[in-house]
Design a protein around this ligand. Structure first.
Ligand code: LLP
Length: 426
């Protein structure tokens, strides 16, 4: 039986499996907290975009902030993906994983000169420029290197993505992108700067978007600009619609990627832009449902009888998976071995010294100390947002693929946490 939203997670008897691999066994073998990913789930999520784009000029640039572990990047690079990056660190990871700079788009509201120079030398496909100031800086950096920077302007289309305010990025009072009303002037300016070469237009309106409507609205706003910019003799090769398609955590019903792609292609056709290259920057929808976080129950502290709450303290915490603490995100939690015992409504919390350190609240579960639990849909914005808060080492990661289960990241060793620190001399 597969579980809602996580088609590669299934129950076989009482055991919980990810693509046929027993999660309790993996947790015992590698220790916890442990992220486990399914390579097949990632490939199939990518295929949903690529298949719908067949016959069209396109590039899917995996937004690697969702999960930037090298083996994950390697998998997508091998599948022909490009990458959407937002820092020099992400560029180094792409290159270390065997990705190609010529398929990299470089987004981000605040790029340093050093990051720009490195990306220019590496030969990234384009800079998604987010302000008029950035155009000037990039021009200077490129001229100093005797190079021309390919640029696409990230336009803020002022479209409501209808998602959590922290992850909504395309409204006019968000910090991202160049205001739609300023964009034409910015393109005019870009076209006059000798260190720049205008190649496209892009936007990103938010994340965990569960409807097609806001995307089509944003595309329309972009196409209005494309037409205005090209009337001035500035050709735009590609249109990049950003990322953001949501996944199922609880009962969300986002459209399949193919539906989104087809709706956008249809809009391009209707407006006579069918030949234009279409770029996507999906993150969460490529990796989110492909991963789980396995954690062990350390302590059970039932308190409901005394007017308190029933606490289940596990060995994973907000430093491993911050989404519940940061966005009050609901993520499914399943026992790796189902028990027939009586259930309670447990608050599943971590050992970190913050009341905001929780993974799930009021979950009806039968638990014993030492049991393993899996937080589902943890493949996106889990490991990549992890920290060492409370001097907790970062978790290990395993990738399963067919029969194989490979360790792709060792658990951090404690001395690594302070290896770069120095004691005072005096
Ligand atoms: N492109 C740009 C420029 C972005 O800023 C983002 C995500 C993406 C693409 C990918 O969006 P996706 O397909 O993953 O929705 N930490 C939050 C999500 C933050 C998203 C930020 N930008 C979370 O855990 O919900």
């Amino acid at each position: 039986m597969t579980l809602p939203g996580a088609p590669f997670v299934a129950r076989r008897g009482d055991a919980l499996e990810l693509d046929g691999h027993d999660l309790a066994e993996l947790g015992r073998r590698h220790g916890t907290p442990l992220f486990v990913y399914s390579a097949r789930a990632m490939r199939s999520a990518l295929a949903a975009y690529v298949e719908a784009l067949q016959g069209r000029e396109h590039l899917v640039c995996y937004a690697m902030k969702a999960n930037s572990s090298l083996a994950v990047l390697q998998l997508f690079a091998r599948a022909g993906c490009g990458f959407d990056i937002v820092s020099g660190g992400e560029l180094e990871r792409v290159l270390a994983a065997g990705g190609t700079a010529s398929k990299v788009v470089f987004s981000g509201v605040g790029k340093t000169r050093a990051e720009m120079a490195r990306a220019l030398r590496a030969g990234v496909r384009c800079f998604n420029v987010e302000s008029e100031d950035e155009l000037e800086t990039l021009n200077e950096v490129a001229l100093a290197l005797a190079l021309r920077a390919p640029v696409s302007l990230r336009v803020n289309p002022d479209v409501d993505a209808r998602t959590h305010p922290y992850i909504s990025t395309g409204l006019k009072d968000n910090k991202f992108g160049i205001a739609h009303a300023r964009a034409l002037a910015a393109y005019r300016r870009a076209a006059t700067l000798p260190g720049l070469r205008v190649v496209g237009i892009d936007c990103h309106i938010g994340s965990q978007i569960t409807q097609v409507g806001p995307y089509v609205e944003a595309l329309d706003r972009l196409l209005d600009l494309v037409e205005a910019v090209e009337l001035e003799g500035i050709p735009l090769h590609h249109v990049d619609v950003g990322g953001g398609l949501g996944i199922t955590y609880a009962d969300e019903e986002p459209p399949p990627a193919g539906t989104l792609v087809r709706a956008l292609l249809q809009r391009l056709d209707e407006r006579g832009h069918g030949a234009r290259e279409l770029l996507f920057e999906p993150g969460r929808s490529l990796v989110g449902n492909a991963g789980v976080l396995v954690t062990e129950v350390l302590v059970l502290k039932p308190g409901a009888e005394h007017g308190g709450r029933d606490y289940c303290i596990v060995d994973a915490a907000m430093n491993d998976l911050v989404r519940p603490a940061m966005y009050e995100a609901w993520m499914a939690i399943e026992p790796c071995r189902r028990r027939a015992d009586a259930t309670r409504r447990w608050d599943i919390v971590g050992p970190v010294c913050e009341s905001g350190d929780w993974l799930g609240r009021e979950r009806e579960l039968a638990l014993r100390r030492g049991d393993l639990l899996a937080v589902l849909s943890a493949g996106a914005y889990g490991m990549s947002m992890s920290s060492n808060y409370n001097s907790r080492p970062r978790a290990a990661e395993v990738m399963v693929d067919g029969e194989r289960a490979e360790l792709i990241r060792e658990r951090e060793a404690l001395p690594e946490l302070y290896a770069r620190e120095r004691l005072l001399d005096t």
